[in-house]
Design a protein around this ligand. Structure first.
Ligand code: FEO
Length: 409
């Protein structure tokens, strides 16, 4: 557990979690941090809970002692978001004391009891602009941002320090260890956290991109000096970096992207793989970055991240038992569920004795309402012959040209 003083009477407790699947499905090879914050005035509030705490009273006492706080002196639990990676500690905390007030939105109240039992708790229900004066100059205001990432979510703003606690918003994967603040980043750290924030956004937030834009508007109104999210580093040198990055990611979700093409592909015996090799060479010769995403060898997390950030996508998959090669079919389904739309795209693939992949593919994209701008597919029997390669080359050239209008870096 990292324990840090952020500013006068505002503290951060952060647990780094490795070797886990986030939401029990997303591989996080570089881990993730779960951040909690304590604001101390005459009254004390904890924002987003101490998730790295093992549930033992004595360890909570030890964590808080460093900030000269006892669990019994905590007056308010501010629950920005009920998802258990932020609120899951309440059950154990209730065993230590019941003398606290939970601060949350109306929508969060019903969820709080369904998740953590029927025993009544003192609650303070807040709506946009409501405030809580903690004394000694510390004042919290509350700002609901529904569907970031659940419908009950809000951001909390501390007025004296102009510090924003946006919970999932502005989060990133990647543990934080010694690089907790953006002003401590090395050049490599900046590259690392940019990658990890794209991975986090694409895996967790992409579906809610319309609401992300509203949360960005709200953030800009508040004009915070510091952004202290529930996951990843704290931005105090230049909070606009992460605000602008999130604005860009919201656009990636509707088709904009980097000057990159992701080849999302699978091949049983290398026939489709031969076409992929040709495609890769063609695109690289144009100076465009290629993300080689082979399924099922690539994790879903990596697959979604690469497609999400690319302006162009090529799907290459053969027919398998009259349908599309299942690992690629599942990937397409997942991308549709994430509501990633507007990508410039093209599909190719091999078949043996019968086709079927194209029909199956069209069914999947109709089912998940995938609004991508697809060029006409090129299918070929067995290994790609000269004619097939020529057609593929034509489509790849068109894709690389048309995607240029969607590029934002
Ligand atoms: Fe970090 Fe939606 O939980």
């Amino acid at each position: 557990m990292n324990k840090t003083k952020l500013t006068d009477n505002i503290f951060m407790l952060s647990a780094n979690i490795d070797h886990m699947l986030f939401e029990s499905m997303w591989d996080v090879p570089h881990g993730v941090s779960l951040n909690s914050y304590i604001v101390k005035g005459e009254k004390t509030a904890i924002i987003d809970g101490i998730i790295g705490w093992d549930g033992l009273p004595e360890s909570l006492y030890a964590h808080l002692k460093e900030f000269d706080i006892t669990p019994e002196s905590i007056d308010y639990l501010v629950i920005n978001h009920i998802e258990p990676d932020h609120s899951g500690w309440i059950e154990n905390f209730k065993k230590i004391t019941n003398d606290f007030t939970v601060v949350m939105t109306k929508k969060a109240e019903a969820m709080l009891y369904s998740f953590y039992g029927e025993t009544p708790m003192d609650t303070m229900i807040v709506k946009e602009g409501d405030s809580l004066d903690l004394g000694k100059g510390k004042k919290l205001t509350f700002h609901p941002i529904p569907n970031i990432h659940w419908p009950e979510t809000m951001m909390t703003f501390e007025e004296d320090s102009k510090m924003l606690f946006p919970c999932d918003m502005y989060g990133a994967f990647g543990t934080i260890k010694d690089t907790m603040f953006d002003d401590q980043f090395t050049k490599e750290d900046r590259v690392f956290y940019e990658k990890e924030s794209i991975r986090y956004y694409s895996n967790v937030m992409a579906t809610f991109s319309k609401m992300t834009k509203k949360a960005i508007e709200k953030t800009r109104e508040l004009n915070p000096f510091v952004i202290a999210p529930g996951h990843g580093p704290v931005y105090r040198e230049n909070p606009s970096t992460i605000i602008d990055a999130y604005a860009r990611y919201a656009e990636y979700a509707s088709g904009k992207g980097k000057n990159e093409v992701t080849i999302l592909w699978g091949s049983m015996y290398g026939m489709t793989g031969k076409a992929v090799e040709k495609i890769k060479t063609m695109i690289e010769a144009k100076g465009i970055t290629v993300n080689d995403v082979r399924m099922p060898q690539t994790t879903s997390s990596e697959m979604v991240t690469n497609v999400f950030k690319s302006a162009g996508v090529i799907v290459a998959a053969p027919t398998y038992e009259y349908k599309m090669f299942p690992p690629v079919a599942h990937a397409i389904d997942e991308l549709g569920r994430k509501k990633i739309s507007g990508k410039k795209a093209f599909r190719t693939g091999s078949y043996g004795w019968s086709g079927g992949a194209e029909k199956d593919f069209n069914k999947i994209i109709e089912n998940v309402k995938m609004k991508w701008d697809f060029l006409e597919s090129v299918e070929f029997e067995g290994s790609p012959n000269e004619e097939a390669i020529k057609s593929i080359e034509h489509s790849v050239n068109t894709l690389c040209e048309t995607m240029q209008e969607n590029i934002i870096e």
